[in-house]
Design a protein around this ligand. Sequence first.
Ligand code: PLP
Length: 393
Amino acid sequence: MRADPLAFLSTELTALRQQGLLRPLRVLEGEQRATTIFDHHQVVNLSSNNYLGLTTHPRLRERALDAVRRLGVGTGSVRTIAGTMSLHVELEERLAAFKQTEAVVVFQSGFTANAGTVSSILGKDDIVVSDELNHASIIDGCRLSRATIHVFPHKDVDRARAILRALPASPRKLLITDGVFSMEGDLGPLPALCALAEEFGCIMMVDDAHASGVFGKNGRGTVDHFGMHGRVDIQVGTLSKAIGVLGGYVAGNRALIDFLHQRARPFLFSTSHPPAVAAACLAAIDVLLEEPEIVERLWDNTRFFKAGLNAQGFDTGASESPITPVIVGDGALAMQLSDGLFAEGVFAQGIAFPTVARDRARVRTIVTATHTRDELQFALDAFARVGRRLGLI
Ligand SMILES: Cc1ncc(COP(=O)(O)O)c(C=O)c1O
């Protein structure tokens, strides 16, 4: 019998297990809700990106079911061949109006929106200037583009300026940041970066995955929040988090979107969303416009929960959003905190290297609009008990 050529994978998994860093997949048995059942345990769920509770909103459910009944379950093709349905076009028009841009193209996910866009608009003679904590999909897009990548320290606009100043004037340059950083919960310094992009003639791009549905009027994102309309050339949003469904989109001018139709590889080479997904996303836009009180509830809950964690003495970093990390440093300790919370009926995922720096491991919490005060207080009490037991507070 031949030796297993994949044996090295088992060795790596054993090492992770020994370091206390192996993460089993928690299995959700039922709906994605504020209190739900994972791995046979009822828990208050602080781990989803379901900021507004739209995964189970009746209007989205109904529109998805209606689309299945009328249009079936799949599209059978990529967008550029036979897979563009009128629902996709309607969704893109609604999103463009919502984001106040000329046009939008929807991708299968936020990940493919970022990676597909960066890799298609840049080539090997171009330059990217990127925040060190930008999302993996941006990093992968940059690598795929073969452009030269310059990374600036997190939110450090002066260092970004120094990098740009030292670069030759000619090549095409992309300045790129997350709107909300997914592990820190802080905001990209958009006004300063937009000014920098204008000063140095860069394309300005913002990944608003965690800001869509959360920041700005009716959840229009950080560009709206900071009043930067017209100053960001490429906005990426996700339909998978606050919007509650699945997908990503790019908003910008007509030429950008027309170009992505021709060149973005996930758009060209991967099948489009089923009708139910597009229909549910359309219903989500209606909800954002017609039920803005949901976003207000999200922010009320965010303020309450953050204040509770801070009063207990946890290190919650520099978060400005519903993402509140509880930073503990050591990876194994983060997993112990997460496991201890789970045993107490609270699901907050531990996050360690390579998702965050080795000495910045954490438990990440995300509250939603649908958590009740009792659920949040229950979670805070559990944090206090487990945090004290582990000597964190
Ligand atoms: C900042 C950021 N950008 C993009 C994505 C990808 O979005 P999606 O889950 O829709 O692929 C994520 C999701 O983890 C994210 O946190």
